[in-house]
Design a protein around this ligand. Structure first.
Ligand code: ADP
Ligand code: ZN
Length: 314
């Protein structure tokens, strides 16, 4: 890092709130604000108000890093690059984010999913330091996941959409509504265990479900299927589970136990046996993984523009 690290604006664009900050790194965040996700016009006006205020107060920022809820367009050759695209979130389909901010601030802008930002934040400063491949999954209002492989955030056809991994329906469910709540799939992770799905299926808000409620066995079963499939395909060295629903202390041990059973001693690695506690872990950065990852994305984008992109993971 140079002696005077550049100021970066970071935006974690979530379905519930946008968190915006300005700073140079995890120990130097100079201003942070939270803007509710309402309509694109209102929320993005709040973002530009913050950025303009931050620029006046702290000086010009050299780049903007954004981690956004999705799906988003990451194809730099596409007409809708920098847009949120086919999101089920009402009013947000095909929302222009990056071109709008670029027109206004004329600085390099990094653009990726909120969960790819989070996995990068955890890789650099959190529970996944020097742990590659690394997976980060959030189970909150929705379910999403980001992946880092060989030092790069995983992109390809699109970006990972781990929340919609197809899983078997939970067995012996006593949920009030047994069906998967995803409008696209009959039996996917998000449709069973997002905070929204849990509230609909069990008739109680997820944070009000007591630890001995049968819902948690189901959450563990669904999540363990997702984790098993990710382990078999991506060979991650660690999987980090964040988001509100994962913040209950008893849930990670339940998931680890179920994962161990699903593996059935097939993969003979300590991570799926005696070292499970180090394989499936909570975020090291708490709720800040996405925001700090967005800041890191901004830094790398700046380096790329300056021709120093060799170590860029984004
Ligand atoms: P978001 O996904 O909107 O960024 P969160 O990760 O905080 O935000 O997720 C919010 C969801 O998590 C809500 O559905 C809420 O009911 C659920 N939630 C929050 N805290 C808990 C908790 N302690 N136990 C279970 N569910 C929780
Ligand atoms: Zn789905």
């Amino acid at each position: 890092m140079s002696e005077n690290p550049p100021l970066i604006a970071a935006i974690e664009a979530g379905g519930t709130k946008f968190v915006c900050a300005i700073g140079t790194g995890p120990h130097d965040m100079r201003d942070v604000t939270r803007i509710p996700t309402t309509t694109p016009e209102e929320t993005l006006a709040g973002v530009t108000r913050f950025l303009t205020m931050a620029r006046a107060k702290h000086g010009p920022f050299a780049a903007i890093g954004i981690g956004s809820f999705g799906p988003i367009d990451l194809d730099r050759n596409s007409e809708t690059y920098g847009y949120i695209t086919s999101t089920p979130k009402p009013g947000w389909q095909f929302t222009n984010v990056v071109p709008m901010l670029h027109d206004r601030y004329k600085v390099p802008i990094a653009w990726d999913t909120d969960v790819n930002a989070a996995v990068l934040g955890e890789f650099l400063w959190g529970a996944g330091q020097d742990t590659d491949p690394l997976v980060y999954i959030t189970v909150g209002t929705g379910v999403g996941g980001g992946v880092l492989v060989n030092g790069q955030l995983l992109h390809g056809l699109l970006h990972p959409e781990i929340g919609h991994l197809l899983v078997p329906p939970p067995q012996n469910s006593s949920a009030i509504q047994q069906a998967c709540h995803c409008p696209f799939h009959k039996s996917c992770v998000e449709g069973y265990v997002s905070g929204t799905s849990l509230a609909s299926r069990w008739g109680v808000k997820a944070d009000a479900l007591p630890p001995d409620h049968p819902a948690w066995e189901e959450v563990a079963d669904v999540m363990a299927h997702a984790l098993m499939n990710l382990t078999l395909t991506l060979c991650p060295k660690r999987i980090i589970l964040g988001g509100g629903v994962m913040s209950q202390e008893h849930i990670l041990p339940l998931i680890r136990g179920r994962l161990h059973k699903l593996n059935n001693h097939y993969l003979r690695v300590p991570e799926l046996g005696r070292n499970l506690d180090d394989f499936v872990v909570a975020p090291g950065l708490g709720a800040r993984s996405g925001l700090l990852g967005a800041l890191a994305l901004g830094k790398y984008e700046l380096d790329r523009h300056a021709g120093r992109g060799a170590d860029c993971p984004a």
